[in-house]
Design a protein around this ligand. Structure first.
Ligand code: ADP
Ligand code: ZN
Length: 811
């Protein structure tokens, strides 16, 4: 052998296991020339193979006796560019998340790994098979697979080519005997039905709806996707089907490309001329883009002030400098609305990333972004990890939303991660809100963030009038119990007469919140969680909204066997039923997770409401966000103060935000609007300031309480939860942890607990909780890190301890 021996290489791999370390593997000689960092690799772990991501290389062996080898490399283009590797390491450090789990959250869905590579024989492979005796460099397995492929090639059954053992096939690819093709993009594209008018052979008379179809298809337009035809001709799918059977229509399937989703076709974005405030905000954002450095900013704009136009302009500013953008929205539904606007303006270079997409589609979008084919990404929380390069701007719409916080490991906040990512990439980050979180506004006040303001609604439309309804008063006058107040009922009746629309927000699903025994006062509780079960009338079930446990409503109390069972607290289903009884002629619609499960259903309900096919829309907070309905002149909020009853330092903030958001839904068109807020605490400052839509006064008052009580943004906060099926263990471990935290009290860390967590039992686990507060984030971090080390030495399983840094609530 003449070749020089190259130094052995080792690689640090992050694996999706709940452990705090990376793992070292040896790089086999066959991978010698390959750069590995950022690429996914398959490695042996215990008795199975696992996919992880390569984070670092070294040529020094770790002090272990036996080091296993990397079995396979997945991506030709590293899945993660260097900046994202840095970001993943930050997530792991800041949120104390196991490193592999932090990276798992950043990688594309695993789906394309399973069958995205199609192998075929190369000439060299064929030659090798003809001359098997000449060299024995291949293993038996490799020879077998080559031979198998040859057979497959000859009989041309392409499908079977995928069933090769991946590691063997990859080895053969490296030797040049096989070629490989990425087939992800070609599989399973979504199809849509296209409908065309077939010139009639006979002139038989046709009905009205048939005529409208002909008018649309043969007259004004050409062949159309079914969904659009139904809209344009205002006919049902049955009519189309009838004509198809009768031979008057021709239909076929066509793949949908993202750009021509039926949701997009036919959408004309509003051509708005920016007002002075919008222009001023944009001019500032253009300056940030020119500076090309990390610039965090808050766009504080009242509801209906036209923040979206500013976002679009900001993206344009980034594009003009050759930079890319990420737009984060708090929920999947909003990716549809915002995505459509962005696509209408910027065309094909937009990708959307959210968990509502099927894995295959998400993987496709993800790789489009990674290959640089998209310059704008619109998505939910995890889109903050979009593998886009050359980033100039991140927009976080409704930055205060709790949905940005991931409530499982890694427990990151998408907004804060966006800020850190912008910092890493030297980009601008624009947080938008009508009701910024206390943290964000505090930073803007302190000059850490630049503050941009939109103080008035577009075209100077007035903000809706907010009226507070004192439920105690209402009851005194009416002396009867109904799911909504008499004032709200009357206001709805008025809208029905006027033929405008109303929305009713009730932030509780189901028919009744719970079932109560009149003899002993017990609520019917979940078997696995310390929470009352919610009654769903349509399904005739009592259900747990945490773990999914459900039972038939018992006839007798499970505790005392009393027979007087009674439903308490009205939910959305009950309000819906009540409105139907009160207004039998009206069209009532409902939007909550019980009635709307898919994106399509959601579009249908909102579409029907927009078209005026629904007079009154009842819903949970899903109705409160983002949308624009011109004819809504009344918004009613039932049980507006629900959140205020919760033992949480954000209760007032949440209530204020929700009410302001809802109030922003009314009077967005030419008609002016009114908002009715029902409450038992009419004097509470959150309700008062929301009614006046006075954010700054609310902020000042709330900030004062937070400062005095040592809560964020004035204190760094973390919770540590200890859980186990066995209550004794959970108690023992919490006691041990308390001892571990004690020394940090001298360094200014306040440790509250251990105490039973607000949800003392969840999915069968008993839960105890600490709340840690510290004026300095670094000491807090040290205390938490010490806890993990402690767990390791005391053999407390890592999965029994949940650390939440910057928790969004304490319950
Ligand atoms: P926000 O997010 O601030 O509540 P939106 O961005 O949803 O407000 O805008 C509210 C409505 O105002 C939208 O229908 C939008 O098309 C419209 N709009 C935005 N800017 C203007 C403008 N300069 N002139 C007229 N209408 C505008
Ligand atoms: Zn439960």
């Amino acid at each position: 052998m003449t070749s020089t021996l190259s130094k052995p290489r080792y690689c640090e791999v992050a694996l999706p296991v709940p452990l705090r370390s990376t793992f070292t593997y040896a790089v086999p000689a066959s991978l010698d020339a390959e750069p590995l960092i950022g690429r996914r690799v398959v490695v042996p772990f215990g008795r199975r193979a696992m996919t992880g991501v390569a984070l670092a290389e070294s040529d020094r062996p770790p002090g272990l006796a036996r080091i296993k080898e990397i079995a396979e490399v997945r991506d030709s283009l590293p899945a993660l560019p260097p900046k994202l590797i840095e970001l993943g390491q930050w997530i792991s450090r800041y949120y104390l998340a196991p490193i592999g789990e932090a990276f798992r959250a950043m990688l594309p869905p695993e789906i394309e790994l399973r069958h995205d590579r199609e192998y075929s024989l190369t000439d060299s492979g064929r030659a090798y098979l003809l001359d098997l005796t000449s060299a024995a460099e291949l293993t038996d397995q490799e020879q077998l697979e080559l031979a198998m492929l040859q057979q497959v090639d000859e009989s041309a059954t392409r499908a079977r080519r995928k069933h090769l053992k991946a590691s063997t096939a990859e080895a053969l690819v490296r030797r040049g005997h096989l070629s490989v093709r990425n087939i992800l993009g070609h599989r399973k594209t979504r199809q849509q039905k296209i409908v065309a008018w077939r010139p009639a052979i006979s002139e038989r008379p046709i009905g009205q709806s048939e005529d409208r179809i002909r008018e649309v298809l043969a007259g004004t337009r050409g062949p159309l996707p079914l969904e659009i035809l139904l809209k344009k001709a205002a006919v049902t799918a049955q009519v189309v089907q009838r004509l198809e059977v009768a031979g008057l229509l021709l239909t076929w399937e066509e793949p949908i490309t993202p750009g021509e989703d039926p949701w997009d076709t036919d959408f004309a974005p509003p051509a708005n001329i920016l007002n002075a405030e919008q222009k001023e905000a944009l001019a500032e954002i253009w300056r940030w883009q020119v500076e090309e450095k990390f610039t965090p900013g808050l766009l504080h704009g009242v509801t209906g002030s036209g923040k979206t136009e500013v976002y679009l302009g900001a993206i344009e500013a980034a594009l003009s400098r050759g930079k890319t953008s990420i737009v984060l929205v708090p929920e999947i539904a909003l990716t549809l609305w915002v995505g459509r606007l962005v696509r209408a303006r910027f065309g094909d270079s937009v990708a959307s990333l959210h968990s509502g997409l099927p894995d295959i589609e998400r993987a496709r979008q993800w790789w489009r972004v990674r290959r640089g084919e998209a310059r704008i990404v619109v998505g939910t929380r995890s889109a903050v990890f979009a593998p886009i390069e050359n980033l100039g701007l991140i927009i976080v719409d409704e930055e205060q939303e709790a949905a940005y916080k991931q409530e499982e490991t890694p427990r990151y906040n998408g907004r804060d991660t966006a800020i850190y990512r912008a910092h890493l990439e030297g980009a601008a980050v624009l947080l938008g809100s009508a009701t910024p979180s206390l943290e964000t506004y505090h930073n803007a006040r302190a000059g850490k963030y630049r503050l941009l303001k939109l103080t008035s609604r577009v075209e100077n439309r007035p903000l809706a009038e907010v009226r507070i309804i004192d439920l105690r008063e209402d009851f005194r006058r009416q002396h009867r119990v109904a799911p909504i107040s008499e004032s709200l009922r009357a206001a709805i009746a008025l809208r029905l007469e006027e033929k405008t629309q109303a929305m009713v927000l009730i932030n509780r699903r189901g028919y009744s919140w719970s079932m109560l025994c009149r003899s002993c006062g017990a609520l019917v509780q979940c078997q696995n969680c310390s929470i009352a079960l919610t009654y769903h009338k349509s399904r005739q079930r009592l259900e747990c909204h945490y773990c999914g446990y459900s039972i038939q409503p018992p006839k007798q109390c499970p505790k005392c066997h009393g027979v007087y069972m009674h439903f308490v607290g009205d939910g959305a289903e009950r309000v819906d039923e009540y409105l139907r009884q009160q207004f039998p002629a009206a069209l009532i619609g409902r939007l909550d997770r019980d009635t709307v499960r898919t994106k399509r259903e959601y579009q249908q309900v909102l579409g029907a409401f927009a078209k005026g096919e629904i007079d009154v829309l009842v819903g949970t907070q899903m109705v409160a966000k983002g949308h624009d309905f011109e004819r809504v002149t009344l918004v009613g909020v039932v049980a507006a103060d629900l959140a205020l009853g919760r033992p949480d330092f954000r209760a007032a903030e949440r209530t204020f935000q929700l009410l302001t958001q809802v109030a922003g839904r009314a009077g967005r068109g030419q008609l002016s609007g009114e908002v009715l807020v029902e409450t038992y605490y009419p004097q509470h400052y959150a309700i008062q300031f929301a009614a006046q839509q006075d954010y700054v006064s609310f902020y000042d008052k709330e900030a004062h309480f937070r400062r005095v009580l040592h809560y964020p943004p004035f204190t760094a906060l973390a919770t540590v939860l200890v859980r186990d099926r066995k209550v004794e263990k959970a108690i023992r471990w919490s006691r041990a942890l308390a001892a571990c935290f004690a020394p940090f009290e001298k360094q200014g860390v306040k440790v509250l607990g251990p105490a039973a967590a607000p949800l003392a039992r969840l999915r069968r686990d008993y839960r105890f909780q600490f709340v840690l507060k510290s004026p300095h984030r670094s000491t807090l971090g040290k205390a938490l890190a010490a806890a993990f080390e402690f767990c390791e030495t005391k053999e407390i399983p890592e999965t029994a301890v949940i650390v939440d840094v910057d928790p969004i609530n304490l319950s």
